[in-house]
Design a protein. Structure first.
Length: 65
Protein backbone atom coordinates (compact mmCIF):
# COMPACT_ATOMS: atom_id res chain seq x y z
CA UNK A 1 0.00 0.00 0.00
CA UNK A 2 1.64 3.22 -1.19
CA UNK A 3 0.31 6.76 -0.98
CA UNK A 4 1.15 9.31 -3.63
CA UNK A 5 2.19 12.85 -2.70
CA UNK A 6 -1.27 14.14 -3.63
CA UNK A 7 -2.99 11.54 -1.45
CA UNK A 8 -0.67 12.34 1.46
CA UNK A 9 -1.41 16.06 1.14
CA UNK A 10 -5.16 15.40 1.05
CA UNK A 11 -4.86 13.15 4.10
CA UNK A 12 -2.97 15.83 6.05
CA UNK A 13 -5.43 18.58 5.04
CA UNK A 14 -8.37 16.35 5.96
CA UNK A 15 -6.91 15.63 9.39
CA UNK A 16 -6.21 19.31 10.08
CA UNK A 17 -9.73 20.34 9.03
CA UNK A 18 -11.27 17.54 11.12
CA UNK A 19 -9.22 18.64 14.14
CA UNK A 20 -10.31 22.29 13.79
CA UNK A 21 -13.97 21.32 13.38
CA UNK A 22 -13.72 19.03 16.42
CA UNK A 23 -12.29 21.87 18.52
CA UNK A 24 -15.12 24.18 17.44
CA UNK A 25 -17.72 21.51 18.19
CA UNK A 26 -16.29 20.88 21.66
CA UNK A 27 -16.13 24.61 22.43
CA UNK A 28 -19.73 25.09 21.26
CA UNK A 29 -20.95 22.08 23.24
CA UNK A 30 -19.21 23.19 26.44
CA UNK A 31 -20.69 26.68 26.01
CA UNK A 32 -24.15 25.16 25.53
CA UNK A 33 -23.78 23.01 28.66
CA UNK A 34 -22.51 25.97 30.68
CA UNK A 35 -25.52 28.04 29.69
CA UNK A 36 -28.26 25.36 29.73
CA UNK A 37 -26.95 22.49 31.84
CA UNK A 38 -27.37 18.78 31.24
CA UNK A 39 -31.16 18.78 31.58
CA UNK A 40 -31.83 20.07 28.05
CA UNK A 41 -29.11 17.78 26.67
CA UNK A 42 -30.72 14.83 28.44
CA UNK A 43 -34.12 15.60 26.92
CA UNK A 44 -32.50 15.90 23.50
CA UNK A 45 -30.84 12.49 23.89
CA UNK A 46 -34.09 10.83 24.99
CA UNK A 47 -36.04 12.33 22.08
CA UNK A 48 -33.30 11.45 19.58
CA UNK A 49 -33.21 7.88 20.92
CA UNK A 50 -36.98 7.48 20.60
CA UNK A 51 -36.92 8.83 17.03
CA UNK A 52 -34.09 6.49 16.04
CA UNK A 53 -35.88 3.55 17.65
CA UNK A 54 -39.08 4.34 15.74
CA UNK A 55 -37.15 4.66 12.48
CA UNK A 56 -35.49 1.34 13.15
CA UNK A 57 -38.74 -0.43 14.01
CA UNK A 58 -41.04 0.95 11.33
CA UNK A 59 -39.02 2.37 8.44
CA UNK A 60 -35.85 0.30 8.31
CA UNK A 61 -36.32 -2.89 10.34
CA UNK A 62 -33.36 -5.17 10.90
CA UNK A 63 -33.83 -8.45 9.08
CA UNK A 64 -32.27 -11.40 10.87
CA UNK A 65 -32.25 -14.67 8.98
Amino acid sequence: FVLTDEQTNLLIIGNVVAFIVALLAIKTFIGFLTKNGFKVFGYYRIIAGIILLLIHLFIHPLSII
